[in-house]
Design a protein around this ligand. Structure first.
Ligand SMILES: [Zn+2]
Length: 255
């Protein structure tokens, strides 16, 4: 069996004492690749240190909607510069989060549009974080005529939202939330989404799947997301691992 963790944050503080151990454990178990997500332009430097150290570890570059207020005159140039690096495979994570609103709405909207434009300019897919803002995010993607399919990571929208995203060429990524007992609606959405348009992720250190909910999440736990998806879709877990891995490689253009 093999899996790809399509979204992790391994430079964050919860990994400061055992980061390499966690990554080595993942790669020596069933995890073949890890995609590191980037939240801000300080973090990209730390992400790149990891990508240099591990063959099958890649990174995105971008600014998270929570941190959209950090956007300044040089952000675009900095993102574009990093986008040319070999192990940088996506723009993000970007998007909209109207649940927390850690950055003002207007700024989130502007910074999302800017990063969509960058993704078109450098021909890299988008990693989209979206919470309580699916109509707005989908509308903006349409207006900006996004050409390169990306992924809605840690999907929490409705079936209609998911269908709209698929129409735009986007993939849907499931996190540990899918394993939660109260995620009935999400499980119903997952059932309807073709496996060929599906990715799986941990979003480590967050959103730890059952049976480890409450503990720190790690890339190797992505298999519990795969097991849940297999159960929902009545498939075997090997197939879920294989197809979601192929999808991830296709979206991010990696081998
Ligand atoms: Zn993330």
């Amino acid at each position: 069996m093999s899996f790809i963790d399509s979204h992790a944050h391994l430079v964050l503080e919860p990994f400061q004492n055992d980061r390499d151990k966690v990554i080595n454990e993942a790669f020596s178990s069933e995890i073949t690749h890890i995609i590191q997500s980037c939240d801000n332009l300080d973090e990209i430097k730390q992400n790149l240190v990891l990508t240099e150290k591990y063959n099958n570890l890649y990174s995105s570059v971008g600014i998270h909607p929570h941190e959209a207020s950090l956007w300044d005159d040089v952000s675009k140039i900095t993102i574009l510069e990093h986008s040319k690096k070999e192990k940088v495979i996506a723009i993000g994570e970007t998007g909209l989060d109207f649940f927390y609103n850690y950055s003002p709405k207007e700024i989130q909207l502007k910074v999302f549009r800017e990063q969509i434009k960058i993704s078109k300019e450098c021909s890299l897919p988008l990693i989209i974080h979206c919470r309580d803002a699916f109509n707005e995010a989908l509308q903006i993607l349409k207006e900006e005529k996004t050409e390169i399919p990306g992924v809605f990571h840690c999907f929490t929208g409705s079936l209609d939202n998911a269908k709209e995203a698929l129409k735009l060429g986007f993939y849907i990524s499931w996190s540990g939330i899918l394993t939660f007992k109260n995620a009935k609606d999400l499980k119903e959405v997952a059932q309807e989404i073709p496996l060929e348009k599906t990715l799986i992720e941990t979003d480590s250190p967050f959103l730890t799947p059952i049976p480890f909910r409450g503990k720190r999440n790690e890339p190797k736990f992505v298999k519990y997301v795969a097991e849940e998806l297999a159960k929902i879709k009545n498939l075997n877990v090997e197939e879920v691992g294989q197809i979601t891995s192929e999808n991830t490689k296709k979206v991010f253009n990696i081998n």
